[in-house]
Design a protein around this ligand. Structure first.
Ligand code: ADP
Ligand code: MG
Length: 341
């Protein structure tokens, strides 16, 4: 090798080495910023952002929280000033133009209603109101009240027009309730905000519904997530997720007891009764909105129909626990792929 060439070669080698060292030192200086628990959407949220720049990690957490706050303000049906409440109050009399976020969720909700044969249904509002009254008074609704509520429930009576981004109800007294899907959507928006603003990795957890992406604090791109057994102080399993989401529905956090019978907050739209065959349903899916809506759907569909639905969907898996004593843990056929050995 000629002398000049050798010098060039050595210079290139040095550059390569320095580049590698720079990359390693950057990696070693990754910052893990955590929001701590924040009360929002009727539960607690926790956000983690990973970056090599502390200011970026901090900004990503703030932007993720802003996204969740925005969804809470838009979709909370208990707040009469929310966009959802205003829609509920006026959409029978006239077509109502809604925000792109609300329209996106309503369109997705309709798709999950069709997919689940009506087990998931955001027009469940009138039945949820009966459940809430029962929660306050301790008295179950009369069969006439149940009939009236059931009559007003039905996703096909919610008319969505994608061109005008408008919503209209076919019947007076209809009421949308996004409790089974809005949390998932908020998580997806929060993740999007972090990605767009430069986070190298992150996790958003709202009340146990979780999505993660990119670098994890410990294990490359694998985020470790424990699934809690609702009846015991131990974990069902540990999941390892990479750019994925998991959501859990069940009767263990929100329920009331009437005449000694537990009544969970997930209702079968066809009967207005609480879904009771499964006590815990965790769905693993690419987005948190899919996981959230499907967890609610499977809760209503029960073990057979619910697991059949999950088997029919690509990239989506389920872990469910049956209510019968002794309870069983059932998994869809590809679920073990996401479990830590
Ligand atoms: P959690 O809020 O505990 O995560 P879910 O995601 O399953 O549980 O949401 C339950 C909420 O969804 C209920 O509180 C109610 O607001 C609403 N809901 C109840 N039953 C249904 C249903 N069949 N379809 C759609 N939403 C429902
Ligand atoms: Mg849900």
């Amino acid at each position: 090798m000629k002398k000049d060439l050798r010098i060039l070669f050595q210079a290139l080698l040095l550059c390569g080495l320095l580049g590698t060292l720079f990359f390693i030192s950057r990696r070693n200086r990754l910052v893990v910023e955590n929001s701590g628990f924040r009360p929002i959407m009727g539960t607690l949220a926790q956000i983690t952002a990973i970056s090599d720049d502390p200011a970026c990690a901090h900004r990503c957490i703030e932007l993720a929280l802003d996204a969740i706050e925005m969804i809470q303000q838009t979709m909370n049906d208990r707040d009469e000033n929310s966009e959802l409440s205003k829609l509920n109050a006026t959409a029978f009399e006239q077509e109502v133009k809604v925000s792109p976020e609300l329209f996106t969720v309503l369109q997705a909700a309709k798709e999950y209603s069709i997919l689940s044969g009506g087990a998931f249904d955001v027009t469940i509002g009138p039945e949820v109101q009966l459940w809430r009254t029962m929660q306050q008074t301790g008295t179950p609704p009369t069969s006439e009240q149940i009939e009236q509520a059931r009559f007003r429930v039905g996703y096909e009576k919610m008319i969505l027009n994608p061109e005008t981004q408008t919503v209209q109800f076919e019947l007076a007294g209809m009421r949308l309730d996004l409790g089974g899907i809005a949390k998932g959507y908020a998580i997806d928006l929060a993740i999007e905000a972090m990605k767009q603003n430069g986070a190298m990795g992150g996790m958003v957890d709202i009340g146990g519904d979780i999505r993660c992406f990119g670098h994890s604090p410990t294990r490359g791109n694998n985020w470790l997530i424990g699934l809690q057994n609702p009846r015991k102080e131990k974990l069902i399993t540990k999941l390892k997720l990479t750019d994925y989401a998991v959501a859990t529905s069940g009767d263990y956090r929100r329920f009331i007891e009437i005449n000694g019978k537990k009544q969970g907050h997930i209702l079968n739209p066809a009967t207005a009764d609480s879904a009771e065959e499964l006590i815990s349903i965790s769905i693993v899916a690419p987005t948190a909105m899919q996981a959230d809506a499907l967890a609610t759907a499977v809760a209503v569909m029960g073990r057979q129909r619910g697991l059949d639905l999950i088997e029919s969907l690509d990239g989506i898996e389920a872990f469910v626990i049956t209510a019968k004593n002794p309870s069983e843990l059932l998994r869809s056929s590809g679920a073990s792929f996401y479990q830590l050995p």
